[in-house]
Every structure is written in structure tokens, then in C-alpha cells.
Ligand binder design. Structure first.
Ligand SMILES: [Zn+2]
Length: 160
């Protein structure tokens, strides 16, 4: 089998390669991993590959692999990226809001503090796991770290 493929005509080999790189109609990804659908799945904290299996267990812990399509999640390297993005977004939303609320409404200090303390914590807790999902999905879609072909589920490892 292997030697047959190796000695196949060159144009047939090239056709095979371009097929793998551009087409996604056989149910598995080959090299094509569309970024935006993957990011949307990450936002929903689902597997970036199939969109069905959960990405996280408990609040922020990564699962080892997808329970549906068996995608290996161990190459994920989100590190403190989700926290960075969360602070970036919450800060840029809350700081101007605090200024506007203070200048326009001038509420009781304790009321202002309570609203914004609860708001900051709630928004951060909401965003953190979703941004982690998006970062891992980005890494998967761009085949960063170990998310290349060698970490496909076992049944889709290219035959050696
Ligand atoms: Zn999956």
C-alpha cells in the first residue's frame, strides 16, 4: 500500500495534497480548520473541533480530550491569556462606566461601590472560562503547539 502511494504519478500526489489542504467535506478536518466557527465553539466552552463535547470540567480545568470526537486537548496552552483578556475587557467597560455613573448620577458612595464591585466580579467570572475556550480554540485552529496532525484522535492518525 505504502509503496504504491509513493510511486503514484506526481500530479495525482499533488491533487491529493491540495484536496487535503482545502476540502472539509469528509467529516474530518485535514488541514482546514476554520477560525471563526472554532472561536464560536470556544466561546460556548465546547470542543473547537466538533462543537459538542465540553472543553472544561469544573470551572476552568481543561479536559484531557473531547468526550464526543476524542480530540486531544492536552496541547492547549492558555496560561494567563484568559485572565489578561478578561482584565482588558472588564477594565475598558467598567472604568468609563464608573466615570459616567459618578459624573451623571453622583450616587451614594456605598451604592456606587457595591454596584461596581459586584458588576466587575460577575462580568469577570462570566468572561473568564469563555475567553479561555476562545484562546484554546484559536490555538487549535492555528495548529499551535501540539494541535497539529499528530494530535488528531487515534482513529484519524494518518496511516504510517
Ligand atoms: Zn470534540
Amino acid at each position: 500500500m505504502i509503496s504504491n502511494e509513493r510511486h503514484a504519478p506526481i500530479d495525482a500526489q499533488q491533487h491529493d495534497l491540495s484536496d487535503q489542504a482545502t476540502h472539509d467535506d469528509h467529516g474530518h478536518d485535514g488541514d482546514a480548520r476554520p477560525l471563526w466557527p472554532a472561536l464560536a465553539r470556544g466561546w460556548r466552552r465546547k470542543c473547537p473541533r466538533c462543537g459538542n463535547g465540553p472543553l472544561l470540567r469544573s470551572y476552568l480545568k481543561m479536559r484531557e480530550n473531547c468526550t464526543v470526537c476524542r480530540q486531544d486537548f492536552r496541547p492547549a496552552r492558555a496560561d494567563d491569556g484568559p485572565a489578561y483578556l478578561t482584565i482588558l475587557i472588564v477594565g475598558h467597560l467598567m472604568a468609563p462606566s464608573l466615570h459616567i455613573a459618578f459624573v451623571k448620577f453622583r450616587p451614594e458612595p456605598l451604592i456606587l461601590f457595591t454596584i461596581f464591585a459586584v458588576g466587575c466580579v460577575a462580568l469577570s467570572l462570566y468572561l473568564l472560562p469563555r475567553l479561555k475556550g476562545m484562546i484554546v480554540a484559536y490555538q487549535w485552529a492555528r495548529q499551535m503547539f501540539g494541535f497539529g496532525a499528530e494530535h488528531l484522535p487515534l482513529e484519524e492518525q494518518p496511516a504510517a
